[in-house]
Design a binder for this molecule. Structure first.
Ligand code: UD1
Ligand code: CA
Length: 459
């Protein structure tokens, strides 16, 4: 691309009223990322001199998220004057005054926009020497979008918003995608003339098009062929439509790269998930966040995996829930009705049935008996458990953390394991011997007395 400068402005100051939500619109989730995160990931992969994000509504919350996830972004605060035009105007005041390149504007609620489309837009704009180039789409149902009004010679004349359009204009199917590129000097000039004589009483960025045309500065339009890329999200119905489309594209891409997905309609895969070749994903499986599935692994049906790793040839499910920080080794198994969290399960080890494994490390080739609970929480603090390699634990055990079970050790069925078991030993009945009465009166400090507790129960 030429040496001409480029900055990007992302619009995220609106309140998103149509979401009817206490969460700002751009912070709603789509395939494991916020709407804004999708746009920021795309904007950040362009070669720019800065990505400016305009914030106002719940700016602390969004600002905090940006600082963590996109620290290079420059946050700009929009004042009380409303409208997309005002949003761009305040961001221009932060861009160095001598900047004379192009300004790419993207709405924070157009999450499927991709780098290729933006690069093509920049290319069209520069080769056409336009003052502005608008990304547009021709939709069967253009309801809600700004319409592109063209003059008799086919040139762009103006953009009219749905609420301000006359019946003829409402018939127009070519819409404004909310993505534009402007020559910085022309944009500054146009924005200084924006009015708010419209249905919403706002300073519309879209009015810049007509102002530029009036001054005989060429305004171009680039029509996208894939309409999903410009699908805006204003309400939750649109959010689910876009989520479904994105998911079906992600599933298709994984299928074409060698992953068997039996039922893409019931399989949900987040954008940052990776899956190895010849893995098999059964129906009703959700792969979320930074999850990685190894080659030849078999997942599901009805499995949820969040921010976890499943190594090659491992099997998960049916009906399992792998929470953050699970790492299942090669050839390992997590079976039905098992929940895991922050658990490293070594190569070839198995947790086949009805168990909870939290804050634990299990070595290689060990087997955890059915119905086992890793009691990681004593009511105040969390503790971790360590199970060695080649261990066989009995059914219905409770491992009271912190605890360590040596390599090759065994535990008997029904044991509450409170003391470490040495390598090769059998652990059984290691619970302190207490009668029921002792147990009832030994309360944690700070809880109600047993007498008060039993009184309140009999009420
Ligand atoms: C806007 C366009 C419309 C286009 C559509 C594409 C205007 C006036 N209209 O309409 O032509 O078809 O996008 O999706 O631009 N925002 C701010 N500050 C504000 C107001 C909005 O930063 O004062 C941000 C919002 O957070 C949002 C984006 O700008 O990310 C678009 O605003 P929204 O209210 O969704 O505009 P639309 O009505 O969809
Ligand atoms: Ca919108």
């Amino acid at each position: 691309m030429s040496a001409r400068g480029l900055v990007c402005v992302v619009l995220a100051a609106g309140s998103g009223t149509r979401m009817v939500s206490s969460t700002p619109k751009v912070m709603h989730q789509l395939a494991g990322r916020t709407l804004l995160g999708h746009v920021m990931a795309t904007a950040s992969s362009l070669d720019t001199q800065g990505v400016y994000v305009v914030l106002r509504h719940q700016k602390e919350l969004i600002g905090e998220y940006l600082s963590q996830s996109f620290p290079a972004a420059i946050q700009v605060e929009q004042d009380e004057i409303s409208g997309t035009g005002r949003a761009v105007e305040v961001s221009l005041s932060k861009i160095p005054a001598n900047f004379d390149g192009d300004v790419l504007v993207i709405s924070g609620d157009v999450p499927l926009m991709d780098v290729e489309t933006l690069e093509a837009l920049i290319q069209t704009h520069r080769s056409g020497k336009a003052s502005a180039t608008i990304l547009t789409a021709v939709l069967d149902d253009p309801t809600g979008y700004g319409r592109i009004v063209r003059a008799s010679d086919g040139q762009v004349a103006k953009i009219v918003e749905q609420l301000d359009a006359n019946p003829d204009e409402l018939e127009i199917q070519e819409i404004n995608a909310g993505v534009y590129i402007f020559d910085a000097a022309h944009l500054r000039q146009a924005l200084s003339h924006l009015q708010s004589h419209n249905a919403q009483g706002e300073r519309y960025l879209t009015d810049a098009a007509a102002l530029l045309v009036e001054d005989r500065n060429p305004v171009m339009a680039e029509i996208v062929s894939d309409n999903w890329l410009v699908h805006g999200i204003n309400d939750r119905a649109q959010l689910s439509e876009v989520a479904k489309e994105l998911n079906s594209r992600l599933c298709k891409a994984w299928q074409l790269s060698g992953v068997t997905i039996l039922d893409p309609d019931s399989t949900w895969i987040d954008v940052q998930v990776t899956i190895g070749q010849d893995a098999v994903i059964h129906p009703a499986t959700h792969l979320r966040g930074l999850t990685s599935i190894g080659a030849n692994a078999e997942i599901g049906p009805s499995v949820v995996i969040e921010n976890s790793t499943v190594q090659d040839f491992a099997k998960v499910g049916p009906f399992a829930y792998l929470r953050a920080g699970t790492d299942l080794g090669t050839n390992g198994k997590i079976g039905s009705f098992v929940e895991t969290k922050n658990a490293k399960i070594g190569k070839g080890s198995k947790v086949p049935h009805l168990s909870y494994v939290g804050d634990a490390e299990i070595g290689e080739e060990s087997n955890i008996g059915a119905g086992t609970i890793f009691a990681n929480y004593d009511g105040v603090n969390k503790h971790s458990s360590k199970i060695g390699s080649f261990v066989r634990t009995g059914s219905h055990n409770v491992f009271v953390a912190p605890i360590s079970i040596g390599d090759g050790a065994y535990t008997a069925a029904g044991t509450v394991v409170r003391k470490d078991v040495a390598p090769g030993e059998l652990g059984m009945n290691v619970a302190p011997q207490r009668n029921i009465a002792d147990w009832v009166i030994s309360k944690r400090p700070g809880t109600k007395s047993s007498e008060a507790a039993s009184k309140s129960k009999t009420k």
